[in-house]
Design a protein around this ligand. Structure first.
Ligand SMILES: NC(=O)c1ccc[n+]([C@@H]2O[C@H](COP(=O)([O-])OP(=O)(O)OC[C@H]3O[C@@H](n4cnc5c(N)ncnc54)[C@H](O)[C@@H]3O)[C@@H](O)[C@H]2O)c1
Length: 439
C-alpha cells in the first residue's frame, strides 16, 4: 500500500483521496481552504457527490484519510503527491496555471527538505507542454533538485464525471499517464492494476493532449446531437429518436471508424449530404453552426495539403492516388482531385499513379475518369509505373494508401520530398524529406 498526499480537495481531489483511502492507502489531503480541511477531519464530505458522505465518514474513522494545510507534513509522510487544483480559464481562454504553479512551488520547497524519493503527479487538466514548461521548472527551482532523478514526475489526467465520480473511479473508461521515471511509473501502474481497463503509458505531453482531446470530443458530441435535434424539431421530427437509431450502429457511427487524423473527406456522399442538410436547416431558419464549421474545416485541410506542396518548392508533383479513397476509381468530389486541380491552375505539373483509375482507362470503361470535373487531361496524366512517377516528380504526394507502394515510397523519401496524407507507415513522423499532414 502506498502513502499518497492529494493537493486540492475539490471535486476531483476529494473523490480521488477518498477512493485511494478506501483501497487501503494512507492518504493526506492538502488544501488552502480551512473549511474543507475541517470538514474532512470531522468525517464530512466538503462537496455533494453520490456516495461520498458515507465513504469519507468510513475512511476518516478508519484513520486512512486526514486533511491538513501543512505541506511539509504531507510531503514528509507520503511517497507521492497528486496535484488536483483548479485550472480555470484565463481571460484570453488560455489554461490558468496559477494554482498549479503555486502548489508546485510549495511542494518544491518541501522536497528541498526531504531525504528519499518522492513523486509529484499532476492530475489537473493542463495543456500539452505545461508539465515540461511550467510544472517541472517550478518544482526544480523551488527544490534545488533535478526532476526524473532526485524526484519523480508524472502526468495522470482524471476522467471522472461529477455525480458518478466514485463509480467512474472504479470502472474507468480510460487510463493514461506519462512519467519521467520508473518509480512514478510503478506507483501509477500499481494503483491502476486490477481495474479491468487498459493502461496507456505514454510521454507527458501525449497524456496532456489525450485529456483535452477527450473533453473536446465530448463537447463536439453534445453540440452535434443538439444541432441534429434542432433541425429535426424544425422538420417535425424527434431528434432523440434519430440520434438513438444513429448510435445503434456501433460498427461505423459509434466506433473508431473515421477517427484517424489524415486528409479531408470527400466522395459522392459526405460533402453533398452535409451541404444538403445545412441547406435544409437554413430553409427551416435553424442555425447549423457545426455543419458550417465541418465544411470550413474540411476545406482548410485541403488548403493545408496545398501549403505543404508549396513549401516543398516542387514544380512537378506526382500523386499516388487520385480517387476519393483507395479501392475505387470513383473521383466524385475527391479532395485529391480538387488538390491536383488547384496545383495545375498554379502552373505545377501533376502526374498521377492510381491503379484503380488507371485500370478503368486501360479497360476502356465507359465510366473511366468518372466524377472528374476538375482535372484537365486526366487520362494523359496517368502513369502506370510507380517508379516512373517517382523519377519524374520533384515531390511525391501520397494521397491514397496502397500497401504495395509503401517500401518504394519510403525509399523515395531519401531523394525527394514525400508528402503523406495517409500515414502509409504508422511509425513515420515528419522529418527530413518526409512530411506527414498531421503527424
Ligand atoms: N470537476 C471535474 O469533473 C473534473 C474532472 C476531471 C478533471 N478535472 C480537472 O481537475 C482539476 C481540479 O478540478 P476540480 O473541479 O476538482 O477543482 P475545484 O476548484 O473543485 O478544486 C480545487 C481545489 O484546489 C484547492 N487549492 C487551490 N490552491 C491550492 C493550493 N495552493 N494548495 C492546495 N490546494 C489548493 C482549492 O481550495 C480547491 O479546494 C482541474 O484542472 C479540472 O479541469 C475536473
Amino acid at each position: 500500500m502506498a502513502k499518497i498526499s492529494v493537493f486540492g480537495i475539490g471535486y476531483v481531489g476529494v473523490v480521488s483521496a477518498a477512493c485511494l483511502a478506501r483501497d487501503g492507502h494512507e492518504v493526506i489531503a492538502v488544501d488552502v481552504d480551512p473549511g474543507k480541511i475541517k470538514a474532512i477531519n470531522s468525517g464530512l464530505s466538503p462537496i455533494v457527490e453520490n456516495g461520498l458522505d458515507e465513504l469519507i465518514a468510513q475512511v476518516v474513522a478508519d484513520g486512512k484519510l486526514t486533511a491538513t494545510d501543512d505541506v511539509q507534513h504531507a510531503i514528509d509522510n507520503t511517497d507521492a503527491s497528486f496535484i488536483a487544483v483548479g485550472t480555470p480559464s484565463a481571460p484570453d481562454g488560455s489554461v490558468g496555471l496559477k494554482y498549479v504553479t503555486a502548489v508546485c512551488e510549495n511542494i518544491g520547497r518541501a522536497l528541498a527538505k526531504k531525504d528519499g524519493h518522492h513523486s509529484v503527479v499532476i492530475r489537473s487538466t493542463i495543456v500539452p507542454g505545461s508539465c515540461e514548461n511550467t510544472c517541472i521548472p517550478t518544482l526544480e527551482k523551488a527544490s534545488g533538485k533535478v526532476a526524473g532523478k532526485d524526484f519523480g514526475v508524472g502526468y495522470y489526467p482524471e476522467f471522472l464525471r461529477e455525480s458518478t465520480a466514485i463509480e467512474d473511479y472504479y470502472d474507468p473508461g480510460l487510463i493514461v499517464f506519462g512519467a519521467m521515471d520508473d518509480y512514478t511509473t510503478r506507483i501509477l501502474t500499481e494503483l491502476n492494476e486490477g481495474l479491468g481497463c487498459k493502461i496507456h503509458v505514454v510521454d507527458l505531453r501525449t497524456a496532456e493532449m489525450v485529456k483535452y482531446t477527450s473533453n473536446t470530443w465530448r463537447a463536439v458530441k453534445v453540440t452535434f446531437a443538439n444541432e441534429i435535434g434542432n433541425i429535426a424539431k424544425a422538420s417535425g421530427l424527434d431528434g432523440q429518436t434519430v440520434m438513438e437509431i444513429l448510435c445503434s450502429d456501433k460498427k461505423v457511427n459509434i466506433s473508431s471508424y473515421f477517427m484517424r487524423p489524415g486528409f479531408a473527406f470527400g466522395g459522392s456522399c459526405l460533402p453533398k449530404d452535409v451541404r444538403a442538410l445545412r441547406h435544409l436547416a437554413a430553409e427551416l431558419d435553424t442555425p447549423a453552426h457545426l455543419l458550417n464549421a465541418v465544411l470550413e474545416a474540411n476545406e482548410a485541410q485541403i488548403k493545408r495539403a496545398e501549403n505543404m506542396i508549396a513549401a516543398s518548392g516542387a514544380q512537378k508533383v506526382g500523386f499516388v492516388g487520385i480517387s476519393f479513397k483507395p479501392g475505387t476509381d470513383d473521383l466524385r468530389e475527391s479532395p485529391l482531385a480538387e488538390l491536383a486541380a488547384r496545383l495545375i491552375a498554379k502552373g505545377i505539373e501533376v502526374k498521377i499513379h492510381d491503379p484503380y483509375v488507371f485500370e478503368a482507362y486501360a479497360n476502356d470503361n465507359s465510366t473511366a475518369g468518372r466524377g472528374n470535373d476538375v482535372i484537365p487531361d486526366l487520362k494523359e496524366r496517368m502513369v502506370e509505373s510507380l517508379d516512373a512517377l517517382i523519377d519524374e516528380s520533384g515531390a511525391v504526394l501520397v494521397g491514397n494508401f496502397y500497401g504495395e507502394t509503401v517500401d518504394r515510397l519510403s525509399q523515395a523519401a531519401q531523394s525527394r520530398p514525400v508528402l503523406d496524407l495517409t500515414r502509409m507507415n504508422r511509425k513515420l513522423v515528419s522529418g527530413g524529406n518526409y512530411e506527414g499532414i498531421c503527424w
